[in-house]
Write a protein that binds this ligand. Structure first.
Ligand SMILES: C[S@@+](CC[C@H](N)C(=O)[O-])C[C@H]1O[C@@H](n2cnc3c(N)ncnc32)[C@H](O)[C@@H]1O
Length: 326
């Protein structure tokens, strides 16, 4: 079978041409209001570069695990309680993971009232390979601006948007959301497992400034419930995981009000079971290179620990919605 992955030529240089770059440019950060100390520190240049390097190096692996596309998601899924059957192939497990990821987007769309509110301009913060941006463009009458801090992701998003037939409604924009001054006004913004990368005060200030009065900011992400588990999460994903209270505080300081909060943790712990089962099924395939084998074994080790964390109640998966008054 020809997959999207095998047809894609993944850009390898950070300077890949990106027409979207020319429309809105990153500008110098504006000072933000006084914040509580733990929330105040902005990302250092080396931390930001570490995140970009991490994602630059992961494009092929993400398509292998969550593809074939054109909607490729890099976030947790909502499962229906069934474990993968014992002799499932990697492809069968992957299909279940992708279906669960899309179930998460369906659920988020319902919490965010996307059927009513997603019209006009929609901002996607941290778009990855564009799975969400394409999903929103296919399901709602929106023009999506898909922001990523990694040029190669924007290039892949553009290729997948063409394959999905929505290239004219998905604009990939390269820049750090904490530094971008967006020139458009947006009816809604979303961040699917990307908010945990950005200092919350900057994130909410930037998004609030870009939203129309009455606009909403939908977040799906993982939140910390037990402090002892912070290091495992942030160390592996290069994030700065927070609590709902921290999000709420940063949002209020930016003038946004939390008006929806749905805990979907229970449906997500099976993600780690599926993820480990997928890696084991891939390891059983005869054609793997040694580096691939090592990568899969590392992933089994870490994802098993996240499963323990989920079982222990250390993390919560929540869908939040913030509203700008007006
Ligand atoms: C876990 S991935 C989620 C991708 C996508 N939302 C999805 O669900 O498939 C996190 C994304 O956030 C992006 N990201 C991280 N920090 C960012 C920043 N400061 N500005 C813009 N994008 C950022 C990463 O490059 C990546 O695309």
């Amino acid at each position: 079978m020809t997959t999207m992955c095998s047809r894609l030529s993944i850009p390898s240089s950070p300077g890949s041409p990106d027409p979207a770059r020319m429309t809105e440019q990153p500008v110098a950060e504006q000072p933000v209001a006084e914040q509580p100390v733990a929330e105040q520190r902005s990302v250092t240049v080396s931390e930001a570069e570490a995140v970009r390097r991490y994602y630059r190096g992961k494009i092929a692996a993400i398509i292998d695990r969550y593809g074939p596309g054109p909607r490729v998601h890099y976030h947790i899924g909502l499962f229906d309680g069934c474990s993968p059957a014992p002799n499932s192939t990697a492809q069968q497990i992957r299909a279940r993971i992708v279906a669960a990821q899309e179930r998460m987007l369906e659920s988020a769309a319902s919490v965010w009232d996307a059927g009513t509110l997603f019209t006009g301009n929609l901002l996607e913060v941290g778009c990855g390979l564009g799975g969400g941006a394409i999903y929103w463009a296919q399901h709602f009458p929106v023009q999506v601006t898909a922001v990523t801090n990694v040029a190669e992701q924007a290039a892949v998003t553009h290729i997948f948007a063409i394959a999905a037939g929505v290239a004219e409604r998905v604009r990939a924009l390269v820049g750090d959301i904490g530094e971008l001054r967006l020139t458009r006004q947006y009816a809604a913004a979303v961040a699917v497992e990307s908010s945990c990368y950005v200092p919350r005060p900057q994130l909410f200030q930037r998004v609030a400034a870009a939203l129309e009065p009455g606009g909403v900011f939908g977040i799906e992400d993982i939140f910390l419930a037990q402090p002892a588990w912070r290091e495992l999460f942030d160390g592996y994903w290069k994030t700065r995981i927070g609590t709902v209270a921290q999000y709420q505080r940063a949002a209020e300081q930016a003038g946004l009000i939390l008006d929806k909060d749905l805990d979907v943790t229970a449906g997500t712990s099976d993600f780690w079971r599926h993820s480990v089962a997928w890696a084991r099924a891939r390891l059983a395939e005869p054609t793997l290179s040694t580096p691939e084998e090592e990568r899969l074994m590392r992933s089994i080790f870490w994802h098993s620990q996240f499963l323990d964390g989920w079982r222990d109640g250390a993390y919560q998966t929540r869908i939040l919605r913030f509203r700008k008054p007006g």
